[in-house]
Design a protein around this ligand. Structure first.
Ligand SMILES: Cc1cc2nc3c(=O)[nH]c(=O)nc-3n(C[C@H](O)[C@H](O)[C@H](O)COP(=O)(O)OP(=O)(O)OC[C@H]3O[C@@H](n4cnc5c(N)ncnc54)[C@H](O)[C@@H]3O)c2cc1C
Length: 351
């Protein structure tokens, strides 16, 4: 071990024993966690659920303050208390009418500027379509390491341990960055929706956006929002490649509505164009944790199981007695998916 008689005790090998894992990152000033709070616009703006899930996680695992960053104008005022109640200590409101609309370049500029000012140890955001667009841009601007689409986060001091599926879902990797800020996007639904600590107080700091990274938006077309959020459903009727007839999707919708649930699927049905991507369960789809997961004609690939293994009860219907999903199922029915669904639909009618 080298000495530090020259007074430059900067190497990690010169830190007192036990402090190595906490302080071997090279920016001693970096502290706290900055979370980009995504706002869903509408008559009453609200936070994207994943932003609140991340806030609660940051609060419970990370050292230091929790900073929030929001973009928009005065319509965001009612959201201040909500941000504090979910864990924000200091909320940076980048106040600019032009930023009501999502401008990835300008948001990136502004968060990079905030990061230089507050030097957070970590920057987190939801792996939503917007988060996925913003995070890599920001990581490049900051020269930071980014772990995308995490399914879990933990911390060892200021070091964040970021967990995500790797190699097509065959491995679960835990990744750590070797510098600040550490960046991660987190898959929506990866953490439970926290309870608000109503009345919790924090500080709002207004920032002006002085950059000019705006795109000239020539036209925009609203995309119809998906009315069903499978990550919140208590009962899911899930369909896979074993479904051969499109009418089975209607049958599943009927069963789901009678049970007060929703229809989800494996990637196979999204690839066929029978159901939208928002209904896909799995590694590259949604993580779901219903009370009851009814799987019809789904084999149980690792990628699919990555999204549904948190279900409380799993009932699988498959014509192959050795389908891999059998291992995860509480009840395994050998049979034809369409016929079992039809019978279930009729029985629910007669009840
Ligand atoms: C990087 C990557 C990410 C991926 N992400 C996802 C993801 O997020 N979600 C996902 O689902 N997949 C994902 N996949 C695809 C995944 O590998 C599988 O291909 C997919 O899950 C298979 O879907 P399935 O079980 O519906 O189809 P199959 O594997 O083809 O299984 C169909 C099942 O239906 C049964 N069957 C056939 N006919 C009937 C019948 N009449 N009645 C009852 N059962 C019947 C068969 O016995 C079989 O078990 C991903 C793949 C990769 C490489």
């Amino acid at each position: 071990m080298s000495g530090c008689s020259d007074g430059s005790c900067s190497g990690p090998d010169r830190l007192p024993p036990g402090m190595l894992s906490k302080y071997d990152l090279d920016l001693p000033t970096a502290d706290g966690t900055l979370v980009w709070l995504e706002v869903i616009r509408g008559p009453e703006p609200r936070f994207e659920a994943s932003s609140l899930e991340i806030l609660d996680k940051a609060r419970s695992i990370c050292e230091g303050r929790v900073f929030g960053a929001v973009f928009g104008d005065k319509e965001l005022k009612p959201l201040y208390d909500i941000a504090f109640s979910y864990g924000v200590d200091t909320l940076y409101h980048v106040k600019d009418k032009r930023l009501v609309q999502f401008h990835p370049e300008a948001y990136c500029d502004a968060i990079a500027e905030l990061s230089a000012r507050i030097a957070p140890a970590a920057i987190l955001m939801g792996a939503t379509p917007r988060g996925r667009e913003l995070a890599p841009r920001l990581a490049a601007a900051l020269g930071a390491g980014l772990t995308a689409d995490c399914t879990d986060l933990s911390a060892d001091g200021r070091r964040i341990l970021m967990t995500r599926p790797a190699f097509g879902g065959n491995l679960v990797a835990t990744i750590a960055c070797n510098g600040f800020p550490q960046m991660a996007t987190v898959r929506p639904g990866a953490f439970p929706m926290p309870r608000a600590d109503v009345g919790r107080k924090g500080t709002v700091i207004y920032r002006r956006y002085l950059g000019s990274a705006f795109k000239n938006i020539v036209s925009s077309e609203p995309v119809e929002a998906e009315s069903v959020d499978i990550s919140k459903a208590k009962i899911l009727v899930s369909l896979g490649n074993g479904i051969r007839d499109r009418a089975t999707v209607d049958l599943a919708e009927s069963v789901a509505s009678k049970l007060g649930g929703a229809v989800s699927c494996s990637r196979a049905l999204v690839d066929r164009g029978w159901l939208p991507q928002s209904r896909q369960v799995g590694q590259s789809g949604r993580i779901v944790s219903p009370d009851l997961y009814l799987a019809f004609g789904i084999s149980g690939s690792v990628q699919h199981k990555a999204g549904m293994s948190g279900s409380k009860r799993i009932v699988a219907v498959n014509k192959d007695p050795d389908a891999p999903i059998k291992e995860s199922a509480d009840v395994f029915i050998i049979g034809d998916a369409h016929s079992v669904l039809k019978e279930l639909d009729e029985r629910l009618d007669s009840n």
